[in-house]
Structure formats: C-alpha cells, structure tokens
Design a protein around this ligand. Structure first.
Ligand SMILES: Cc1ncc(COP(=O)(O)O)c(C=O)c1O
Length: 379
C-alpha cells in the first residue's frame, strides 16, 4: 500500500512565508536566502551520492525529466546503448525515440528468475560504438536492487558511460558514485527521498559532459547568447521549483535524522511479513520475491484468475487499501514475466509510516479475495 506522506508541509509553508522568491535573480536579502536554500540542498544531495562538487547536482522536474536530459544529451547518431528489461518508461521511451528517429541502436538485457541482471550480460553486448549503459537501481515493480557497482566496473573497463535510474532507491539504498563506478545518477523527490512531487534531478560525475538539449534563462551572465556551459547552469533552464527543493531539503534532513539504513530495514521487515503472509495464500502468485536480500520495500502479486486491476479495485472499494495496478510504466518487465497478458500486477509499496497492522490487513484482504475467487471457480 502506498501512502502519500507529506512530512514536508512545514518546510514548504515556511518557504512560502519566509523566502518564497526566485533565487539567483537579484541581490536583495530574500533572494539571497532563497539562493542559500538551493545551494544547501545541492550540498545535501551531493553528500548523499558521495559526489565531489555540489555544482554538478542538477535540479529538474522529476526523474523522467532528468533522465531525458542525460540520455538525449549523451547519445548521438551512430551510438549504441545497453539497458535492461527492468527499466521504467522514463528510460525506455527516450531510448526508443532515439532509436526510431536519431539512428541510435539499443540492446536490452533480461533479468534472471529472481529479478536481477547479470553484469556480464551487459558487457557481452558492448561494441565499439557503445557509449551508454542505463540501469534501474531499485525496481518499481518487483523491488530488486541491481548490482550497479559490478556493472559500473565493466562500464569503466570498456569506456562506457553509466547512468543509474535511482528513482526508487535514492534515500533507501546507499549510492556512492565513486565506489559504485557511476557516471550519472537520476533521482526523484517524491519517493524514498520523502520530498514533494515535481522535483528531481541528476548528479553528473567528474568529466562527464552532457550536451545541452535545451536553452534558456539561468539568472547569471545574461548577455551570453548561448546557453551556459558550466554546471549547474548547463542543465538547468528557467525558474527552479524552489518550493519543491525546500520540501526535498526537509525530506533529506528527516532521513539523516532517522537514519536511512534504519528506515530501509524497517520497510524490509514489513516486506518480509507481507511476502510470507501472501506467499501462504493458495491462488496468489508473487513475482521475484524468494529472497529479499537486495530489495526495496516493493512487492508485486496477482490473484490467479483475476486481472490485476480487478484485485486492485476490490482492495480499494471493499477494504480501503490503496495499491497500484497495471504495467507500472515498465512494459518490458511485464513482457518478460508474461504478466503483460493479464494487464500487469498489483504492486504494494511500503513506506516508513506503514505498520504491521497495515500489512496484516492487506494479507487478510487478499486471502478473502483469493477465497471468493476459488469458490466462484468451483461453481
Ligand atoms: C524506477 C523509476 N524510474 C523513473 C521513474 C519516473 O519518476 P518521475 O515520476 O519522478 O519522473 C519512476 C517513477 O515511478 C520509477 O519508479
């Protein structure tokens, strides 16, 4: 069950009352304070990813926007890219557009029965013109966390740039750009970073040059006719979403206070209860949940004989349980699992404020649904 948790309300209210102005556009006091908030948040996130330079932390509208900046800005005609079947459409669609309209070739690596890709399979697809590898860190459907460090090592050996989609993992799983050999990481505010919607971004590693694919206002060096080359302006355009940044700032500070690992462990403990409970119900299929090591708190299931959407509607209408159903913007993952034919899965996403009680009520509800389904089948 996914609850939208607005622990940033206070931060955003404070922002609007105290310094709700456009940062970096003038020198009056409020503008300077707004600028400091922006810079402090760049620093917080740079530290989170163990980056070296807060100016290489770019704010964008969300992870999709950030991934578009990275993918379109790193590939050109004649290039080859490797990605996986786990990816979200925010990776698949930019790559597909480039392959259809811009002469870029793309290869896809399958995941194994437990939902993990084999790094060697990435390397096996590398060719002379391979410029980019893009990998999902934490799956938004089956929750598996990919061996990014090993994929990164192989990318380094072959001179391939590695972009990591950390939309689900940033804020739960440690991400160390240096140790994990990551060139670019993309994040979003409204998931594990506990921020609001409409804010996301990239951290761009040293030496990585992403071409501008847009141009516009930066608030500095306005006489220059072209878009600025230096980071962060290189990839930022127009007024930033400062209310979103204020919320994200509060979210990251909350995580620091609670301890990211503690929050993650709590979710995995609940995931285990959920997995064990659902796993015991006859007529319920779980996907890639045998071992919960290297997972985020996400689980996908179906009740045999029911389409995911029907189960989701019953959970909502009869039990007041909010889940997500369908393909979850990850069509290749469902094609590989075969769940595309039944219109996807039901996905349960655990958050830090879920309780054992929440998990027990989902298990009871699914038990009821599966039982009714079985009785109907007998008739
Ligand atoms: C793995 C993954 N990547 C990318 C995205 C896109 O994030 P956003 O909605 O911030 O663009 C999501 C969102 O669900 C996701 O789960």
């Amino acid at each position: 069950m996914e609850k939208l948790v607005y622990l940033d309300n206070g931060a955003m209210d404070q922002f609007f009352r105290n310094y709700g102005v456009n940062p970096g556009r003038s020198g009056y006091d409020l503008c300077m304070v707004a600028g400091s908030l922006l810079e402090e948040t760049r620093k917080l996130l740079t530290e989170l990813f163990n980056g070296t330079d807060p100016n290489r932390l770019i704010f964008a509208s969300n992870a999709s926007d950030a991934l578009n900046l990275a993918i379109f800005g790193l590939l050109k005609e004649g290039d080859h890219a490797v990605t996986s079947n786990l990816e979200h459409n925010s990776v698949l669609r930019p790559l597909f557009h480039l392959s259809r309209y811009n002469g870029v070739e793309v290869d896809y690596v399958a995941f194994d029965s437990q939902g993990f890709v084999d790094p060697k399979e990435f390397a096996q697809r590398f060719k002379k013109n391979t410029r980019l590898a893009v990998i999902n860190h934490g799956s938004n459907v089956i929750g598996t966390v990919q061996p990014v460090r090993e994929i990164g090592e192989l990318c380094r050996e072959h001179g391939v740039t590695l972009v990591v989609d950390a939309a689900q993992s940033a804020g739960r799983i440690p991400i160390d750009m240096a140790k994990m050999n990551i060139d670019v990481v993309a994040f979003t505010g409204h998931k594990s970073l506990m921020g609001p919607m409409g804010i996301g971004g990239l951290y761009v590693g040293d030496g990585v040059k992403i071409r501008h694919t847009r141009a516009g206002g930066t608030g500095v060096r306005s006489a220059v006719r072209t878009h600025l080359d230096e980071y962060p302006y290189r990839l930022e355009y127009g007024t930033p979403n400062l209310p979103g940044i204020a919320g994200l700032n509060a979210g990251v500070k909350w995580l620091q206070k609670e301890g990211m690992s503690k929050v993650h462990q709590r979710e995995i403990k609940l995931l285990r209860v959920l997995r064990n409970g659902l796993g015991k119900i006859g007529g319920v299929s779980l996907y890639c949940q045998d071992d919960l090591v290297n997972h985020v708190g996400i689980l996908a299931f179906n009740v045999d004989g029911l389409e995911a959407q029907d189960t989701g509607t019953m959970l909502d209408v009869d039990y007041n349980i909010a889940s997500r159903t369908g393909l979850h913007c990850a069509p290749r993952l469902h094609e590989q699992l075969g769940t595309d034919k039944i219109h996807g899965t039901v996905r349960l996403g655990l958050g830090p404020f879920n309780t054992v009680g929440d998990v027990e009520s989902v298990i009871c509800a699914v038990e009821d649904i599966a039982c009714v389904r079985k009785k109907k089948k007998k008739c």
